[in-house]
Design a protein around this ligand. Structure first.
Ligand code: PDD
Length: 279
């Protein structure tokens, strides 16, 4: 596997990042994940715009403009012969002797990119539907920044793994914020699609934005508002979205089956519509 590290394409087992990298010591960095379908990047302009914004919010200069990023991504995809999967990008504040304040101006960032092959379209989970559990949201107050500080999400996902389910929905003050690595949606009996409004409390999902644009085509009304776990348990349908899962129907929350316990027609319709625009 070939990865990208600071201007060079190198074999994965030869790519090395220094111990004093601030990403390693402080999680002082930003990441992005774009999907690849049929060898082409999906919704990539929006992912690169969010990368630029995340970097700006924590005061790291973006090392590349969008066109340069996209050339590197396409090069990496081609070198790895990736047909379907993910491109991961990470930028950290670089290397310096451990100290909390920023490094001196001009310190180079550390830039890493790699690909992961993954069946996103023909994912058996999308056929059976995913089960989720709810967990407490333990994160910080700037979840709109796609920071590599992911400990709370790691602990949330591990609870899901140990419960034998696909995803953990994080809950704060009784309301679902988002999944450990996805955006949460419910559909009510009167064809209303509900998802949390954007704020600093959650990541502005790129797949979320596309799905909201497609809702009208599935005859769904959209309400961007908080929803509680109790509401989710009463929902007609539910699903979650991300670059790595697209639209994933949810069939069970905390052991309670939704509807018939199979992926609902509206979730499936939105998944199909998203696949059309992704291609
Ligand atoms: N995660 N919310 C959180 C907390 C996420 O980590 C992600 C994505 C999303 C969905 O965003 P998008 O639709 O832009 O992928 C929402 C990526 C896939 C990851 O960490 O691997």
């Amino acid at each position: 596997r070939t990865v990208y590290l600071n201007g060079e394409f190198v074999p994965l087992d030869q790519a090395r990042v220094p111990v004093m990298d601030r990403g390693f010591l402080f999680a002082d960095g930003i990441y992005e994940v774009s999907a690849v379908l049929d060898g082409k990047l999906v919704d990539n302009a929006a992912h690169l715009a969010r990368l630029d914004r995340s970097l700006g919010e924590i005061g790291i200069a973006n090392p590349h403009d969008a066109a340069a990023w996209e050339r590197l991504q396409a090069d990496l995809v081609a070198r790895n012969g990736l047909v379907e999967g993910l491109v991961y990008m990470q930028v950290t504040r670089g290397v310096m002797e451990r100290d909390f304040g920023f490094p001196p101006a001009g310190t180079p960032t550390t830039v890493v990119m790699f690909t992961q092959a993954k069946k996103i379209v023909a994912n058996p989970l999308a056929e059976s539907g995913a089960r989720v559990i709810t967990v407490e949201d333990l994160r910080w107050k700037r979840r709109d920044i796609k920071s590599v500080a992911l400990l709370a999400q790691v602990l949330a996902k591990q609870q899901a793994v140990e419960a034998g389910v696909a995803e953990a929905w994080m809950v704060e003050d009784g309301a679902v914020t988002e999944g450990s690595s996805s955006t949460a949606f419910i559909v009510t009996r009167d064809r209303t699609l509900i998802t949390r409004p954007l704020s600093t409390a959650l990541l502005p999902g790129i797949t979320r934005a596309s799905v909201l644009r497609l809702a009208g085509e599935a005859d769904l009304r959209v309400e961007e508002r908080l929803f509680t776990v109790a509401e989710a348990l009463e929902a007609q349908e539910a699903f979650y979205t991300s670059a790595s899962s697209f639209v994933m129907p949810v069939v069970e929350i905390d052991g309670t089956r939704l509807g018939d316990g199979v992926p609902g027609p509206l979730s499936r319709r939105l998944r199909a519509l998203y696949l059309e625009v992704a291609r």
